[in-house]
Design a protein around this ligand. Structure first.
Ligand SMILES: [Zn+2]
Length: 142
């Protein structure tokens, strides 16, 4: 089965075959590897692009540079993203830079991690988790 995803390099839609594991997978638009970048810095436009075009769950970490628990969780979130390449797509969004998006999504406290599927938010958690906890949470939606 083929699925549409968004390339983390060119941000265009590309197609991958759904597999249990991947050894090599390149973007059909730009040719870059889809296995070398797990987590990208997003914004409102990029998030909209991902949730509109990706058939994988889109996992978004809302954070800010002054937020201790956010900084504490970021390496865990990055690690989870790297271990779940092409199972889900991961973004981080600076909530200070994207305040209108944060307001629209009712982000009251950070870190807040949201999962989108078929264009809609289906779940979220608030507060820091370790990488195992994040992975377990994401696995519910795969
Ligand atoms: Zn690409």
């Amino acid at each position: 089965m083929n699925i549409n995803i968004v390339c983390p390099h060119c941000l265009k839609e590309t197609i991958v075959e759904k597999k249990a594991s991947y050894s090599e997978e390149n973007c059909t638009a730009c040719g870059e590897s889809l296995l070398d970048t797990a987590l990208i810095e997003g914004n409102a436009v990029i998030l909209d692009n991902y949730i509109t075009h990706s058939q994988l769950p889109v996992i978004v970490d809302f954070w800010a540079p002054w937020c201790g628990p956010c900084l504490q969780m970021m390496p865990n979130f990055t690690k989870t993203a790297q271990s779940m390449l092409l199972k889900a797509q991961f973004l981080k969004i600076n909530n200070d830079d994207e305040q209108s998006l944060g307001a629209k999504l009712q982000i009251a406290s950070i870190p807040a991690v949201l999962v989108f599927q078929n264009g809609k938010e289906i779940d979220r958690f608030v507060g820091a988790k370790n990488s195992k906890q994040i992975q377990k949470w994401v696995e519910q939606y795969i």
